[in-house]
Design a protein around this ligand. Structure first.
Ligand code: C5P
Length: 287
């Protein structure tokens, strides 16, 4: 039996560079892992894959990315034997926080340990990319520039440790919809990833913050004004920076200290229907 954490992520920048021949978008995004994590426990069994998850409404069959990860690695590595996957969910779902990818990445890593497959991180990333663009990042974690369709990883200096407040409004955003809507109305403003990365290399968080922008945010915000409402609440609560993560709808705020963020969290819980988590940035995946 093995137990692995699958960490949530936020996008500190997200740029779309164009549409690819395979229908995906060429992106350049700085991703950051968080301490907020699901717990995935894998137990070896004779045959087959079964999955339990403690959040109602989540699938426990092939529609679940963790299930697909187990099936893929079992097939590719010719594993004789099965696995039971148990997921304790903490990461909000359909939120732009890569919760499903986190579970799949943890499953790949767990299967590698459980069946002593000896696959390298790079080999696990190749497998992960076959089932979801965010899975390679979820495997490595830390602060990374992801390019291609999101599966090409370039490790960056760690973003300075920062308190992060997440607020997920009670709306669902489909990632394909967000990308399609972007194509229909591409926003004019784009983040400057080179400037962000230069500031990061110098450990200059204030300058990083000036270059944080997500091109999918205007798209999702146009359909869900609650995104801008939550950003304003984050600012009023003392966030030094606030943005939407991925295709949304989760809004995150970066805070200077825990008491300020905890107070803002309390107000969110009292005055909105948000799913709220107080967490922090986390470093690269370590066993
Ligand atoms: O790779 P993943 O399954 O997470 O992607 C979900 C959907 O998001 C894709 O089917 C596609 O519509 C869109 N997408 C995209 N370009 C990317 C990543 C995702 O168009 N780079």
């Amino acid at each position: 039996m093995v137990t692995i954490l699958g960490r949530a992520k936020i996008n500190l920048t997200l740029d779309i560079l164009g549409l690819r021949d395979d229908g995906y978008h060429e992106i350049a995004t700085v991703m950051q892992s968080l301490s907020l994590a699901d717990t995935i426990t894998l137990t070896r069994k004779e045959e087959g894959i079964t999955l339990t998850v403690d959040r109602p409404g989540l699938e426990s069959d092939e529609r679940n990315l963790a299930y697909r990860a187990a099936a893929l690695i079992a097939k590719e590595c010719g594993i004789r034997g099965g696995v039971h996957i148990d997921i304790v969910k903490r990461i909000p779902i359909t939120a732009g926080l890569a919760g499903g990818s986190a579970d799949a990445a943890a499953t790949l890593r767990g299967m590698n340990d459980l069946y002593e497959l000896g696959l390298s991180d790079a080999e696990l990333c190749v497998l992960g990319a076959q089932i979801g663009s965010d899975i390679p990042f979820s495997l490595v974690g830390g602060t990374v520039l992801a390019t291609g369709r999101g599966e090409i990883m370039q490790r960056l200096s760690d973003f300075p440790e920062t308190v992060v407040l997440l607020a997920k409004p009670p709306v669902a955003v489909s990632t394909p919809w967000a990308y399609r809507s972007y194509d229909e109305h591409p926003p004019e403003f784009h983040p400057d990833n080179a400037e962000f990365i230069d500031a990061l290399a110098r450990g200059d968080r204030a300058r990083c913050i000036q270059h944080m922008f997500n091109v999918l945010e205007p798209v999702t915000e146009a359909a869900h004004p609650v995104v801008s409402e939550y950003r304003e609440r984050m600012r009023n609560g003392g966030a030094v920076c606030t943005m939407m993560s991925g295709s949304g709808p989760t809004v995150f705020g970066l805070f200077e200290d825990v008491p300020t963020a905890a107070h803002a969290a309390e107000i969110f819980c009292r005055e909105t229907e948000a799913e709220v988590h107080l967490t922090q940035t986390s470093r690269k995946y370590e066993e």
